[in-house]
Design a binder for this molecule. Structure first.
Ligand SMILES: Cc1ncc(COP(=O)(O)O)c(C=O)c1O
Length: 467
């Protein structure tokens, strides 16, 4: 059994007959026929798994610098040349930080580059029939948008955990959206089977050689925009982004270090390095959902490994803090994946570059509004600016008010306050639980000291600290 087959067989078998095509009126003919076939369905063939002809474990394809330059020429007209300015964060981390702002692409991420190039490179017949892919969101959006602009029908299979906002955006870009499969593994199986049945061309979002070459065009722009770069820090999911960028950068500036970053919740590339080949790595929920790919691509892995200088696994609280910093200091709204390069610096994983010139890929801005709110709060908690404590105060008139005044006099802002009497033995006391905001860690320490000096019973809830 091939490695791909072994890995995918770990996933629950998904019957294509179950696939629900929500927006049937927009479906390309081939997809409509496939739906009918699915509902009439011959199950034995449906249980079969289909491989992606472009991603072969036994024969990985390594892209070249010429592939990247060719992509740059061909996609130029449809893609934003994004800025790469020096960041306000530089002083704080004692490095010259440059931010390559790929979240400024129309659909909010770099994924448009590879998607447009892959679409342009199709034959006329393939363009007419259309393409299909599986994606959690950013690749789906890039493909849907550019397919729409180029007049190529696009079908995307998005797992049920994909964000509603990303699903809706793809529909707005006129794609046929199928929400199916619990995770990327299942969604990919469904998409591959549909490609086989309908004649649509399957485009893997990180491992198709044209996708990698398209993402590599970012490296060419960085080389034009910033001179003497010491390191480029690239978030890693399936590995297409780093494969393309490393190919461009190492060719133009061999001394520049290529650093990959993953979340601790989905360290698929690190596991692949240990295993010396891509291997299935279960993912947990992460703030960097764009990086949640359980197995890196064979082509991406083979292209990246000889060019990679360091791979970092970063903790989630640093990602939350990086999102907060990018909002506060750079006025950039960035998703977890896009903030992970800065997270690696804040966590001290790149201290060897102090005083040097470092480019961070700020590669996506598609963050759910509710997740964004939670990230900001978590970032503040991780930094010690959001504090939670319980204190027992006198239940006489003015007891709670005295606590509030003490906090106010110290400049601490109460976010939430709750008091509790029923379960307290001492009838003259009330237990007050407070969530409050301070200026910084130092300020939090001052507040703790004051409370401990004033009250006999104070309990502080410890948070995962990122300072
Ligand atoms: C915002 C963002 N950053 C980084 C990545 C990682 O790219 P790749 O899967 O090519 O490694 C993704 C992948 O979807 C992404 O959406």
């Amino acid at each position: 059994m091939s490695q791909t087959a072994a890995i995918t067989s770990q996933l629950a078998a998904t019957k294509i007959a179950d696939a629900t095509l929500k927006d049937s009126e927009n479906k390309p003919e081939a997809v409509k026929n496939s739906t009918e076939m699915m509902t009439n369905g011959a199950t034995s063939e449906q249980e079969q798994e289909f491989a992606d002809p472009f991603c072969n474990a036994d024969n990985p394809q390594i892209i070249t610098f010429q592939d990247v330059t060719s992509a740059a020429f061909k996609i130029k007209k449809g893609i934003e040349y994004t800025p790469c300015p020096k960041s306000h964060l530089s002083e704080m981390v004692d490095m010259d930080i440059y931010l390559k702002k790929e979240f400024l692409q129309f659909t909010g991420s770099f994924k448009e580059r590879g998607a447009r190039y892959a679409l342009i490179m199709l034959s006329e017949e393939q363009k007419k029939r259309g393409v299909i892919s599986a994606s959690l969101g950013n690749h789906a959006q890039g493909l849907s948008y550019h397919g729409w602009k180029l007049g190529i029908p696009v079908t995307v299979v998005m797992p049920s955990k994909a964000s509603l906002m990303k699903i809706q955006k793809c529909r707005n870009y006129q794609a046929t959206v199928i929400v199916k499969g619990v995770d990327m593994g299942e969604a990919k199986k469904i998409a591959l089977r549909m490609a086989h049945e309908t004649g649509l061309t399957y485009i893997n979002g990180y491992d198709h050689p044209h996708i990698m070459a398209g993402q590599g065009t970012i490296g060419l722009e960085i080389a034009e925009q910033v001179s003497n770069v010491d390191a480029v820090v690239v978030p890693v999911g399936g590995g297409g982004l780093i494969a393309g960028i490393a190919t461009a950068i190492k060719n133009l500036s061999p001394q520049t270090k290529i650093i990959g970053v993953e979340s601790e919740k989905c360290p698929s590339f690190t596991k692949a390095l240990e295993n010396k080949a891509p291997i299935y790595t279960p993912n947990e929920a992460t703030l960097a959902d764009g990086l949640a790919v359980p197995q890196v691509g064979y082509n991406a892995f083979a292209t990246t490994v000889p060019l990679l200088d360091k791979m970092i696994v970063v903790k989630e609280e640093w990602i939350a803090l990086a999102i907060l910093r990018l909002v506060e200091l750079e006025k950039c709204v960035v998703e977890g994946a896009g903030a992970s390069g800065l997270a690696a610096i804040l966590a001290g994983h790149l201290d060897e570059f102090k005083g040097k010139r470092v480019v961070l890929l700020v590669c996506g801005g598609n963050i759910d509004t509710t997740i964004f709110g939670r990230c900001l709060e978590r970032g503040m908690a991780a930094e010690g600016r959001l504090q939670r404590f319980t204190v027992r105060v006198s239940d006489a008139p003015g007891g709670v008010s005295k606590l509030c005044n003490l906090l106010a006099n110290l400049g601490v802002s109460i976010k939430d306050i709750m008091h509790e009497r029923a379960f307290i033995r001492d009838v003259n006391s009330v237990e007050v639980k407070v969530i409050c905001e301070t200026r910084d860690w130092q300020h939090s320490q001052e507040m703790r000291k004051m409370l401990q000096e004033t009250y006999q019973e104070v309990y502080f809830y410890e948070m995962p600290m990122a300072i």
